[in-house]
Design a protein around this ligand. Structure first.
Ligand code: GDP
Length: 197
């Protein structure tokens, strides 16, 4: 499915102009620079579906992609960019939080966590929000190639332990590296299974 036809639907800068909610939807969220664009490109095997950028905190839109008339995928603006002006952070929260709370066709949110950093405070805020909104989510660890196996294994364990406290979190974490194309099949299969539910 993810390797099939895809089209960019729209970038929504406000909740007033979201596309119709008729298809099952998945969303990708994560801190700025977590590797979200790289992951979306690797997952879909498109070199530039999502824009890889070194200026974090810039895209403030929800970008909607449509796959084979069966699914929508949303690339959410990154959060937690330290130098972002307060007003921008507020605007982000307002849009993203109300999107996550109010989107009835949202099947799952994939929350990306950098394999070198683990769960940060603003990730916890997102977990909490998703718990409160009863939106199912799963953690995807990124940049697994940047860490030695034993260190990564420990970090994974810490993340999974933490997730047990969160009611809406899927218990298992998916480990990926866009650079090494690791974990892509697992993630594609997880998404395909979701659509069958
Ligand atoms: P975004 O801001 O979350 O969309 O992150 P990007 O996809 O733009 O990636 C941020 C930086 O991390 C870029 O310099 C990428 O080249 C790098 N990066 C992304 N994924 C990987 C990965 O799997 N392995 C490594 N080593 N670097 C990555």
């Amino acid at each position: 499915l993810l390797l099939g036809p895809v089209s960019f639907v729209m970038g929504a800068a406000s909740l007033r102009d979201l596309p119709p909610d008729e298809l099952p939807e998945i969303a990708f969220a994560g801190r700025s620079n977590v590797g979200k664009s790289s992951l979306i490109n690797a997952l879909t095997e498109r070199g530039n579906l999502a824009r890889v950028s070194n200026t974090p905190g810039r895209t403030q839109q929800l970008n909607f992609f449509r796959f084979a008339d069966r699914m929508m995928m949303v690339d959410m603006p990154g959060y937690g960019y330290a130098e972002a002006p307060k007003a921008m952070v507020k605007a982000w929260q307002k849009m993203v939080f109300s999107y996550l709370r109010g989107r009835s066709n949202l099947a799952r949110v994939y929350v990306l966590i950098d394999g070198r950093h683990g769960v940060k405070e603003n990730d916890r805020e997102v977990f909490k929000l998703l718990d409160d909104a009863a939106v199912s989510y799963q953690v995807v660890v990124t940049k697994a190639d940047k860490e030695k196996a034993p260190v990564l294994a420990k970090r994974l364990q810490a993340i999974e332990t933490e997730l047990r406290r969160h009611v809406a979190a899927y218990p298992e974490v998916i480990v990926t590296s866009s650079r090494k194309m690791r974990g892509m099949e697992t993630l594609r299969a997880a998404i395909a299974r979701l659509l069958l539910e």
